[in-house]
Design a protein around this ligand. Structure first.
Ligand code: NAD
Length: 255
């Protein structure tokens, strides 16, 4: 059985992922702000380094997989926080665990992106470029000047997906696999906060997948289970949309 680090483990999709993986007999290292094995703030450079150090200690420098679920939505207290958690909190944590994954056998990672990221494929926001340059100071400066949390959220998810695609090419050559799941609306506290928000609630309520419902965290956890299993041994660098057809609805003639 495997040792797997899961960020955002205390709530929503991350909690469902933990439940599924634990039921399958894996050993988990739960990472979150609180109520976890590793309590750390992935929005700051210091917090990320602490999370990496504590994870490495907990797995004895040998890790089989990482599932990066931690994220904040459009109702986050600041736009900088959206970029800090959703992009840098994923990429710096994964980079810091790369050697531990290599030391394990057939290391794997899954990043929870979002269908929102694909909306930006044709014309990425300049904030996405700053993130992909790994220039956190520049990205945060742009965030300070922005008043559009939705664009920042989409940019963070676009950028983290591109990061994952780039990494998968490098990792594939080393026997590691990295895939991205792009969920549509999923019933979690993050989604509920958007629905309840006066600025975004109406738009979120009206943006419904062709299947006519939101997903539930277990449906995303099933996808994670597949991507970490040997059944997906030849799947690397993929973006798996678990979104009730939302991406197909928005980008019908492209893929
Ligand atoms: P959630 O709010 O239920 O869970 C997010 C978890 O991340 C929480 O436990 C929270 O404490 C943790 N987290 C937030 N900031 C953190 C920080 N600075 N350091 C460490 N941990 C932190 O939300 P969710 O809906 O389960 O979201 C999980 C992932 O799925 C996120 O990346 C989100 O963007 C993505 N996603 C969600 C939806 C949706 O509709 N729910 C859709 C697409 C993508």
């Amino acid at each position: 059985m495997s040792t797997i680090a899961v960020t955002g483990a205390a709530s929503g999709i991350g909690a469902a992922v933990c439940q599924h993986l634990e039921a399958a007999g894996h050993t988990l290292i739960r990472v979150d702000l609180r109520n976890a094995d590793v309590n750390a703030d992935l929005s700051t450079a210091e917090g990320r380094q602490a999370a990496i150090a504590q994870t490495l200690e907990a797995c004895n420098n040998r890790l089989d997989a990482v599932v990066a679920c931690a994220g904040v939505g459009v109702t986050a207290p600041s736009i900088g926080l959206i970029l800090g958690v959703n992009y840098f909190g994923v990429t710096e944590y994964l980079d810091g665990l790369e050697d531990a994954l290599t030391a394990g056998c057939n290391g794997k990672a899954v990043i929870i992106g979002s269908v929102a990221g694909s909306h930006m494929v044709a014309t990425p926001h300049p904030m996405a470029a700053a993130m992909l340059e790994n220039d956190e100071a520049k990205a945060l400066q742009m965030a300070e000047q922005s008043e559009n949390p939705s664009a920042a959220y989409a940019a963070s998810k676009y950028a983290v997906t591109v990061y994952g695609r780039r990494k998968s090419v490098e990792w594939g050559k080393r026997g590691l696999r990295l895939n991205i799941i792009a969920p549509g609306a999923v019933e979690t506290p993050l989604h509920k906060a958007s629905l309840d928000d006066a600025r975004f609630g109406e738009a979120v309520k009206n943006f419904v997948a062709p299947m006519g419902r939101a997903g539930v965290p277990d449906e995303i956890a099933d996808g994670v289970g597949f991507l970490l299993s040997d059944k997906s041994a030849f799947v690397n660098g993929s973006v798996l949309f678990i979104d009730g057809g939302m991406d197909a609805m928005v980008r019908t003639n492209t893929f």
